[in-house]
Design a protein around this ligand. Sequence first.
Ligand SMILES: [Zn+2]
Length: 212
Amino acid sequence: MPNKTFVALDKNPRIRIAVTKGHFTSKRIHFNRYLDIGELKFNSRIAFDVAREIAVPYINTTYVDAIVCMDRMEIVGAFLAQELTGTGMNVMNSEREIQILTPIMTTDNKWIFPDNRRDLISNKKILILLGSATDVRALAALCECVKYYGGLIIGISSIFSSLPCGKCGGINSLFTADDIEGFVSYNADQCAICKEGVPLDAFIYSEGYTLL
Ligand SMILES: [Zn+2]
């Protein structure tokens, strides 16, 4: 595949997405760019920076009881909880406790939480933390799951989002599709790249991709 280019956050150029052109698929969506956010999730120093940026819309305004981490965002989630509960003027959650939660996918593709953790969600203020928000159906299913357990969704944040607006309200995203030159995504059954007969390059998942 061709070389990567990088798209960096203006406020902190260390936070940058590596962009590769090609034809990629996740479970339901096809893309003409692979956005590598692995460094932002798994490099502890950069993940810390990412968490500080993600904290901005909430730190002085919003109570948070739990962060529901998807797409292997637990490292960022832990740093985010630390940031949100730090000492400082007007830090809403100062010296409070924030739980880091991740739902489990059942064999019939539904998100659940373990019954012994229900108390951490029921009537609690939940911040949903995504790596990449690109599939509106997947996000809606996740929001439904949190609501089913009685959670109150107070915000959705992601590193990247191509969704203009989630069903549960807007997404606070560090990067959007507008930041990635030429970025296009399609539902798998309506992919314009497939219709041109171009084969898929790779399957995308939370940890990276596998060439096909
Ligand atoms: Zn395609």
